[in-house]
Design a protein around this ligand. Sequence first.
Ligand code: A3P
Length: 295
Amino acid sequence: MEEADSVFRRPLVNVHGVPLFWSIAEEWAQVETFQARPDDLLIATYPKSGTTWISEIVDMIYNDGDVEKCQRDAIFNRVPFMELIIPGMSNGVARLAERPSPRLVKTHLPVQLLPESFWENNCKIIYVARNAKDVAVSYYYFHQMAKIHPEPGTWQEFLERFVAGEVAFGSWFHHVKGWWEKKKDHPVLYLFYEDMKENPSRELQKVTQFLGKEVTEEAQKRILHHTAFREMQKNPTSNYRMLSTAEMDHSVSPFMRKGIAGDWKNHFTVAQNERFDEAYTEKMKESTLQFRMQI
Ligand code: A3P
């Protein structure tokens, strides 16, 4: 396990001003020259915003709501994480190059770092955003269990780094805002985790419409059932338990943790909440992008 040990818990490295895992930074040329195809569907998110949830939904739509087909492989193989390169473990660029079309592609890159070929090919993109407070809580637990991240330190220490954008994939605010602006000149369906929790059926319809897919009522019911949190939590092909414990240790904190909106209230002190509101609320006022931060 010497090699595995040496890849984990290493400091992040800046790529064009955005902190990324050291191994992505080292192989950045591969990511930058990624060859998108016109029929690729890109799922873009800031980490911990519902990436796995929307990925499962889209894979279900692509497979006409066939549960068995969607259990053919783990979610990280069905929807490869493009820029994730970890020596001896993962290379999303290489994995995707081998996949037949139409491909589903996952990225956490901020909009300005997305490989040019996605714009050149006018690929459809689904972006999911989640309120910063719940993202911070989820990311804190994720840092503890997913060892490619640096050690998170205490909750307070982590929160400061989060607000400063000194976590993998950079500032939450720049991410959600950058992708929001992109909607103006590119086919981006911009969804919110909180809306998906509130009315999964309505949000599913937005996705099917955006993809131009016909989905029967029966298939829709199956999709909603199969992608509900409790179902995904016990499904080994979506709960990340098919990964090695070296990469993700679910005994520290499960990947499928709570799956709710508003868990931040169980973690933030009054002072931390004020700090967050200060950091984001004013910025939000300048934008048409609005979050349900107090949910
Ligand atoms: P919590 O840690 O708050 O529970 P990502 O896939 O982007 O890494 O996001 C992971 C977060 O989405 C976790 O949040 C996880 O529990 C939640 N999640 C995953 N599947 C979900 C589902 N079907 N419904 C609601 N939340 C889900």
